[in-house]
Each structure stands twice: as C-alpha cells, then as structure tokens.
Design a protein around this ligand. Sequence first.
Ligand SMILES: [Zn+2]
Length: 83
Amino acid sequence: MAEKHEKAVKRFGVRYGRTIKKKLGLIEAQQRKAHQCPYCRYPKVSRKSAGIWHCSKCNATFTSRAYTVTKPAAVKTEQDLEI
Ligand SMILES: [Zn+2]
C-alpha cells in the first residue's frame, strides 16, 4: 500500500521524475503533520507559512525552520536538561 507521502505527490502524475517527487513527498508530509509546541508541548502546531508556526492550544505564533519545528535552545526546560 502506498505511503502517505507517496499519495501526496500523485497530483503530479508521471511528470518531474521519481526521486524529486519522493523527496518533496517526505518534506510535505513533515510540514503538514501536527508538530509539538515548544511552549505547551501539545502536538497542536501547524504551519502558517514558511518558517511561521502557530499553536492552536496555547495560541503561540513563533518562527522555526521552514518545513519543520525544531526545539529552540531558548525555550529548553528542566525536562530537557535531564536527558
Ligand atoms: Zn502551544
């Protein structure tokens, strides 16, 4: 059965080549999934535009990477330091 990221690039049909579509599919799957909020830790963060992320739980809007949310060093908590 086709993976989610493979389905997402079906819109291109046979065009543009297999490898580049596979790469795009992986990035799009990453950017569309719900990410963990660095402030409230709920997986409720969605992408507004390139690098702009919004948490629907605590209403925080913040910048991170273009296609994914990484944990910024500034909001590290004590839980992070234990690891
Ligand atoms: Zn939040």
